[in-house]
Design a protein around this ligand. Structure first.
Ligand code: DGL
Length: 277
């Protein structure tokens, strides 16, 4: 950690494309920071995989990013944050920030009547990571959670405005209708793209928490505290994107999500990735 300088990039990783929502938040809040993104498009989804597998993939990607000299790592994936963050923090010697704590803190601030809802992938919900993080902040808060496995493919297929999405959401979000939460955590990288559809089903009185957006603020705090914020040039940051499969498809969707073309997109062979520990 001793040789780290503020001009080094921030490493960000996700199981695939969804983490681009976190990249978007980072670009908005910290436009001068260089970013190196890794999307594991060959092995997505993580949300239906075992904890051991997601931990192993997360370690490989973190080693890859550290070889690129990143000054910190952001685990944009909620599933990886839920099951792998602690072991990553134990193994690697740079600050590593996940999305669970920032999202939980924001939700607790809005929990007027001490009720919070959480939606995420099956693995995220099974891990209970959000539930524990929230209860640690305030043990009186009632947490209701619901896994929504069909939402990731719907976003990937670019159906956010479709009636099918509304129907699927009606079904999943029924869990929260009896006893409405004050805040609902969008505990998956893909869900911010469905924000307006989710808001419509939940009603305007429920505060939606975008964990990725909250994480960007946490990253800023970490960099300020460590004196690692890139204030050197004032020029906009340069960004590099790595994926483990099908860069063309990634480019198409990621540039749509970011609202600008992707510069510097590279493919990393899976064998290379698997050689990291
Ligand atoms: N990135 C994952 C998450 O935030 C969603 C996609 C997946 O299942 O890999 O949990």
């Amino acid at each position: 950690m001793s040789d780290v300088t503020s001009e080094q990039a921030i490493g960000v990783f996700d199981s695939g494309l969804g983490g681009i929502s976190v990249v978007r938040s980072l670009m908005n809040l910290l436009p001068q920071e260089h970013l190196i993104y890794f999307g594991d498009t060959a092995r997505v989804p993580y949300g239906s995989k075992s904890q051991e597998t997601v931990v192993r993939f997360s370690h490989q990607i973190s080693s890859f990013l550290l070889e690129k000299q990143v000054k910190m790592i952001v685990v944009a994936c909620n599933t990886a944050s839920s099951v792998a963050l602690e072991s990553l923090q134990q193994k690697f010697d740079v600050p590593i920030v996940g999305v669970i704590d920032p999202g939980s803190k924001a939700a607790v601030k809005h929990a007027r009547t001490k009720r919070i809802g959480v939606i995420g992938t099956a693995s995220t919900i099974r891990s209970g990571a959000y539930r524990s993080a929230i209860r640690e902040l305030d043990s009186e808060i009632e947490v209701v959670d619901q896994s929504c496995p069909l939402l990731v493919p719907l976003v990937e297929e670019d159906w956010p405005q479709d009636a099918v999405v509304e129907q699927v959401l009606q079904n999943y979000l029924r869990t929260f209708q009896q006893n409405k939460p004050d805040a609902l955590i969008l505990g998956c990288t893909h869900y911010p793209y469905l924000k307006s559809a989710i808001q419509k089903v939940m009603g305007q009185d429920v505060h939606l928490v975008d964990s990725g957006e909250e994480t960007a603020t946490e990253v800023q705090n970490v960099l300020v505290n460590l004196n690692l914020l890139n204030t050197e040039t004032g020029d906009p940051g340069k960004h590099k994107f790595y994926v483990s499969d099908f860069p063309q498809k990634f480019e198409e969707t990621a540039s749509r999500f970011l609202g600008r073309p992707l510069e510097n997109l590279f493919k990393v062979e899976l064998e290379v990735l698997e050689s990291y520990k």
